[in-house]
Design a protein around this ligand. Sequence first.
Ligand code: C2E
Ligand code: CA
Ligand code: CA
Ligand code: CA
Length: 277
Amino acid sequence: AAKRGHLGVTMYNPEADDHSFERLSVLGELRRAIETGELELHYQPKVRTHTRELCGVEALVRWRHPTRGLLGPDKFIPVAEQSDLMLPLTEAVLAAALAQHRAWLNDGLRLPVAVNVGAACLLDPGFPDRVALLLREYAVTAGQLTVEITESAMVTDAARAAATLSALRELGVRLSIDDFGTGYSSMGYLQTMPLDELKIDRQFTAKLRSGPSGRAIVGAIVELAHALSLDVVVEGVEDEETLTTVAGLHCEIAQGYHVCRPLPADALAEWATKYRV
Ligand code: C2E
Ligand code: CA
Ligand code: CA
Ligand code: CA
């Protein structure tokens, strides 16, 4: 029989996703979590590969569940995406990230911040206005905010997504295409979307160590990105050798466990203060 009132197996077993009873209880808890502030952000640094200089952070959501502990996004974002919760969740994340950026700025730490935004927001014509309101509320310059989008976010209604992206770009928000190379029609999106940055998915980063073909692929993506005047971020850099390799391939920004794991805001600020290039 289905269990009620607590997080069901849905959270831990993706195969149970159709058990609507359990999914509903997760969604009920998540709805409450968004309102009560149980969601928190961890921040992962982005550094310049040549100078090692810290140039920004990506905000990554976690759920501090009262009984289950700290849950990663993979445990609840896919469930939320099947509901109407992605708009309130993303707005809560944006507000928290901008508030944090503002707090750091007041402490003399300038850290441009990136937030992940999915299909629901890109298909909502009201989204850019709410981003503009939040930027004003926290007195953050639009250029300090990067919105990371995946190709899958664009497949439902590419025209509408493009309109939202254009409106965000109009505000001065930076746009980044995330997990590049894992979706489909990547090339088409590069031409039609007003992008500033391309993030090479970590599955390509992992292949850099396995021989020349990995380097050929990453090198080609970097060249393509530069031909389109996009900044390139390589994800999932887990060792020094990879960091050196991607620097040699002219990829200017790196992110990954080798530089720093995602950290709570206070720990990140402490890391940033002690960090020496
Ligand atoms: P992503 O946007 O591709 O984020 C990068 C993920 O890779 C993060 O996982 C990060 O912790 C992990 N990572 C970073 N460096 C390394 C590394 O060197 N090696 C390995 N193996 N992994 C690394 P996380 O935090 O579990 O997030 C997973 C995904 O959840 C994100 O992938 C993103 O798609 C989604 N997500 C996270 N926060 C949000 C959010 O606020 N809103 C939305 N819509 N999605 C989010
Ligand atoms: Ca991302
Ligand atoms: Ca990514
Ligand atoms: Ca990813």
